[in-house]
Design a protein around this ligand. Sequence first.
Ligand code: GNR
Ligand code: NI
Length: 179
Amino acid sequence: MTKLAILEYPDPRLRTKAAPIEAVDATVRRLADDLLETMYGSNGVGLAATQVDVHRRLLVLDVSEERNRPIVLINPEIVATEEPGPCEEGCLSLPGIYASVTRAQKIRVRAQDRTGATFEMDAVGLTAVCIQHEMDHLDGRLFVDYLSELKRQVIRRRLAKERRQRTVGSEARSAAPVT
Ligand code: GNR
Ligand code: NI
């Protein structure tokens, strides 16, 4: 398995609409494993293929405390939603940014698993919110799209500043004498 690089907002590649997966083959299963490794390695509860610049309809999640309940959803579709409510969201593509978004707190999803079999699952709470968040990624949407343009601008500036500081930090380190 490989830990992959995660695209960060406002990278335009995060706006790509992912294409359906025609056949669940070894390549798709390897992608699912790489997504899981990348998600666990970044302490995320979910990850969409879009975030690693693969524009296919696949997402993974694990909302368990012990980090031992991986779920792989291929070509997911939401077939029912209930109880819209607020949820504080974060995103690995917007490190350190959190905001409240309204999402259905109960959903029913249809998807294929890693064998290609179609199944349905009911999800509530964080699992339901996370699936909607990941499915938004597959359509090129981010949770900040639900905020005002003013809030998005504040977020873009904050992320740009943090990235600048990360770069300065690494330059200072590489310039330091190696003794
Ligand atoms: O790690 C994550 N936490 C999270 C918290 C609340 C709502 C959604 C999420 S998903 C996010 C990982 C991520 O960016 N997935 O795309
Ligand atoms: Ni995300």
